[in-house]
Write a protein that binds this ligand. Structure first.
Ligand SMILES: [Zn+2]
Length: 99
């Protein structure tokens, strides 16, 4: 399935929201994305005002149910795409879709 992810300019982690009420922060808590598949809200530290936040659509292996379960049972193994994994996906054009 496809998810919209944003990249933290500080820790470089790509982050996506797993469910409507999942405000998913990056590990350093500089940025967050919310809304799951219903809407997209991006929040960030005021030090990033005026800076362009990178945003891309990634194809991930998880299903919508996987995301829902991970969020609602505090599994927390989804919602992040590590920088080196994202870079690899971006090099394979079939796995990355620009927004
Ligand atoms: Zn961060």
């Amino acid at each position: 399935m496809r998810v919209i992810a944003i990249q933290c300019p500080d820790c470089k982690m790509w982050v996506y929201s797993r469910d409507r009420h999942d405000m998913r922060f990056c590990p350093c808590r500089t940025i967050a994305i919310d809304g799951g598949r219903d809407y997209t809200k991006i929040s960030y530290h005021m030090s990033l005002c005026g800076m362009k936040i990178k945003r891309r659509v990634f194809k991930i292996k998880a299903t919508l149910n996987d995301l829902y379960v991970d969020y609602n049972t505090y599994g927390n193994r989804l919602g992040y795409i590590k920088p080196h994994v994202a870079k690899r996906a971006m090099n394979r054009r079939s796995d990355i879709f620009k927004t």
